[in-house]
Design a protein around this ligand. Structure first.
Ligand SMILES: C[S@@+](CC[C@H](N)C(=O)[O-])C[C@H]1O[C@@H](n2cnc3c(N)ncnc32)[C@H](O)[C@@H]1O
Length: 250
């Protein structure tokens, strides 16, 4: 499986732009899909039900990449842990947390680049920490959370079922689970027998997810989240993630 694929400099710079880039740098075309910008912040703004957030709440951002949604969660929660399997991404997120910024390059075309700086967003006071970990085997002493976010992670795991079966232990009763996924199921990441839906036999991914989660979670809402990843000035990936918010049953 493709476990090392998020360790390259190219993806690091692409994700720093995706998470921290100014709109005009991410998409310098006035006619481009601007509603797809700001995805890591929208996962939190559109995903978290503020009425369910307790005082001194804790949040987990699993598959946090270079950390933007973890900082956004820290506007709302007193403590946030961001976990990712990529040592390169975790190092970058930690530098942004501790030093406030990190230099990176925007790819224009070929080997022509422009220097940019990723800035830590104001986090409202919540404490954020990042660590390397495997979403399929999260450490036993992580504790429980008022909110768990898994953004665009499921279809990058070899065994998404292992994360799904751990979630009831991680989310406190009444707490919220936010999943976004573009359902880009590929055998290079996940053997077909472990896909969550997405075949004629197993049906629509959301229905398959409901089958897996409904014993412990109530589906609260679903919505669509466009997002844009810039490869270079003239090439982009435009995708639409399916967002779902689930409430942990008592
Ligand atoms: C498509 S990216 C999404 C990142 C981020 N949540 C976002 O929405 O921008 C998938 C992320 O999952 C991470 N990842 C892949 N396999 C993982 C695993 N087994 N455990 C934790 N993170 C993993 C990758 O390193 C990458 O940062």
């Amino acid at each position: 499986m493709n476990t090392g694929s998020y360790e390259t400099d190219e993806l690091l710079h692409q994700y720093l732009l995706f998470h921290y880039g100014e709109a005009g740098d991410q998409l310098p075309w006035a006619f481009g899909p601007r509603t797809a910008l700001g995805f890591p912040a929208r996962c939190v703004d559109e995903g978290v039900d503020l009425e369910r957030v307790p005082r001194n709440g804790r949040a987990l951002d699993v598959g946090c990449a270079v950390g933007r949604s973890s900082f956004e969660l820290a506007r709302i929660f007193a403590g946030v842990i961001g976990i990712d399997y990529s040592a390169t991404f975790v190092r970058a997120a930690t530098t942004i947390a501790t030093e406030g910024s990190l230099a990176y390059q925007l790819k224009e075309t070929g080997t022509i680049t422009r220097d940019l700086v990723a800035q830590r967003p104001p986090n409202g006071g919540g404490k954020v920490s990042f660590e390397k970990g495997d979403a399929q085997e999260l450490r036993a002493d992580l504790g429980t959370f008022d909110c768990v976010l898994a953004a665009n992670l499921l279809c990058r795991l070899a065994r998404p079922d292992r994360l799904l079966s751990r979630l009831p232990d991680l989310v406190k009763p009444g707490g919220q689970l936010i999943i976004t996924t573009p359902n880009t199921w590929l055998e290079s990441f996940t053997a077909r027998e472990f896909w969550i839906g997405a075949t004629p036999e197993t049906g629509e991914p959301l229905e398959a997810l409901k089958d897996r989660l409904q014993e412990h979670f109530q589906l609260d809402r679903t919505w669509d989240l466009p997002f844009l990843i810039r490869e270079h000035r003239r090439k982009y990936q435009w995708s639409v993630a399916q967002g779902s918010r689930w409430i942990r049953k008592d």
